[in-house]
Ligand binder design. Structure first.
Ligand code: NAD
Ligand code: UGA
Length: 469
């Protein structure tokens, strides 16, 4: 029986390993983590992350060939293949702070593997890392190896949150990069054999190590660039009377461009797009390519512009002040169908409104008050260090209340900001909401969830991203 150990029981490690266990009943999969609370949650009825379909997969294989444990050393020692899926946040201090990837967690994982291993291992980079990381990891492993043979593979993950299980069941591709030596290629085949149990062979791409590492950063940069492109056009739509949904549809029907990922929004969020582009920018700078670095930097600049443009629109529309006005925020997660708030645009929008002294009432179907308060009290980039997983009691931001009900959040509010595209926001009783609000009642739709004309008929003053005012 092939034994797999995965270091890191997070948004990637948990779902990916659960699907491998489900699809490969002859493989034993153990997911380990330094955070005991996370492992306990994986072993309980309430999993640590919300992901449609995940509960079902975990229920089918937990205790059969899927295990969650804090005994990291034991499971590293026993494994044939070790996935490393730890966090690779943006550095907050020192060389490259604010841009470079912080590989502290990765390095300590590699050192642990080198210390504990007693037999040959295939070590798989699952985390997103800077190109050439495998070279550094190889050095750490081989200089401490006591004669053990380590093969490093790059196998970046392309799942998106909210659709992780669907993406893992039916990936566009699986990418495996390895050394171009006989041992390297044997390791590639070993990992390929795992995925081939459910992924068609023509969708399993094999490349050299550096191509695999760089493809992941490039894919995220291209995806984020599409959003910044459509968001840039949304500003021009508002200025000219064009409608961004019509423009995106017309542009996307060109088969060379394609229709997906062209939804204008208040800005992209999530744990990876910004982090990975900053990482790409830093690598370009280190390789003497400032023009290339500046090109990708623009994707983030437009994203920041889009968020501040939204805040400015809210404040300017409400007679240039939101001081002491109640603003209801519908949606706090960075996208629908997840409880993840890492780098959610809602944080920047709420901070912007708080800066103008608004009182904010927030409703999100999956995000707790504790999480929201922590996010609003935290410094940029701090969220991606495992400290954020420890239960802490943040000092509550006083101007913020959190409810579990959209109608309560909007009661007596002067304005509403829709910041996540949860399906349930399409079907709220907006006439009832309007009746309970202060007048004039404003509605700012940062996700183009509602039909602005219908809302205007009810009586709202409406602003929708990229739509005629
Ligand atoms: P996460 O924070 O949810 O999980 C990482 C886990 O690793 C944490 O639970 C942490 O406690 C654990 N950890 C840290 N050091 C460890 C060690 N030495 N040994 C064992 N466990 C350790 O992060 P995530 O969202 O799963 O992302 C992990 C990586 O995958 C990142 O590099 C990210 O860029 C990449 N990625 C994420 C996504 C996504 O949708 N979240 C998608 C593709 C790729
Ligand atoms: C993204 C990529 O889609 C995954 O392929 C990748 O594996 C992952 O990052 C990663 O490396 O972490 P994710 O961040 O989970 O996945 O979610 P996306 O669906 O890509 O959405 C990212 C952000 O862009 C969200 O805030 C979303 O609302 C926003 N978005 C997305 C738009 O504003 N418009 C769109 O058309 C699409």
């Amino acid at each position: 029986m092939v034994k797999i150990c995965c270091l890191g029981a997070g948004y990637v490690g948990g779902p990916t390993m659960a699907v491998i266990a489900l699809k490969c009943p002859d493989v034993e999969v153990v997911v380990v983590d330094i955070t005991a609370a996370r492992i306990n949650a994986w072993n309980s009825d309430v999993l640590p992350i919300y992901e449609p379909g995940l509960d079902d997969v975990v229920k089918q294989c937990r205790g059969r060939n899927l295990f969650f444990s804090t005994d990291i050393e034991k499971h590293i020692a026993e494994a044939d293949i070790i996935f490393v899926s730890v966090n690779t946040p943006t550095k907050t201090r020192g060389l490259g702070a604010g841009k470079a990837a912080d590989l502290t967690y990765w390095e300590s994982a590699a050192r642990m593997i080198a210390d504990v291993a007693k037999s040959d291992k295939v070590v798989v980079e699952k985390s997103t890392v800077p190109v050439k990381t495998a070279e550094a990891i190889e050095k750490i492993l081989t200089h401490n190896s006591k004669g053990i043979n380590f093969q490093i593979l790059s196998n970046p993950e392309f799942l998106a949150e909210g659709t992780a299980i669907k993406d893992l069941f039916n990936p566009d591709r699986v990418l495996i990069g390895g050394r171009e030596t006989p041992e390297g290629q044997a390791a590639v085949q070993k990992l390929k054999a795992v995925y081939a149990q459910w992924v068609p062979e023509d969708k399993i791409l094999t490349t050299n190590l550096w191509s695999a590492e760089l493809s992941k950063l490039a894919a995220n940069a291209f995806l984020a660039q599409r959003i910044s492109s459509v968001n840039a056009i949304s500003a021009l739509c508002e200025a000219t009377g064009a409608n961004v949904s019509e423009v995106a549809y017309a542009v996307g029907t060109d088969s060379r461009i394609g229709p997906k990922f062209l939804n204008a929004s208040v800005g992209f969020g999530g744990s990876c797009f910004q982090k990975d582009i900053l990482n790409l920018v830093y690598i370009c700078e280190c390789n003497g390519l400032p023009e290339v670095a500046n090109y990708w930097k623009q994707v983030i600049k437009i994203n920041d512009y889009q968020k501040s443009r939204f805040v400015n629109r809210v404040v300017a529309s409400m007679f240039n002040t939101v001081s002491n006005k109640k603003i209801a925020v519908l949606g706090f997660a960075f996208k629908k169908d997840t409880g993840d708030t890492r780098e959610t645009p809602a944080i920047d929008v709420c901070k912007g409104l708080l800066g103008d002294k608004a009182k904010i009432s927030i409703y999100d179907p999956q995000v707790t008050e504790d999480q929201i308060q922590r996010d609003l009290a935290m410094n940029k980039f701090d969220w991606d260090h495992p400290l954020h997983l420890q239960p802490t009691s943040p000092t509550a931001v006083k101007q913020v209340t959190v409810t579990w009900d959209a109608y309560e959040a909007t009661k007596d509010a002067h304005g509403i900001c829709i910041l996540t595209e949860w399906d349930e926001f399409k079907n709220l009783d907006y006439a009832k909401i309007y009746n309970g609000m202060q007048k004039p009642a404003f509605l700012f739709d940062g996700r183009n969830v509602v039909d602005p004309e219908k809302m205007r008929e009810i009586g709202f003053i409406v602003y929708s991203i990229g739509k005629p005012l």
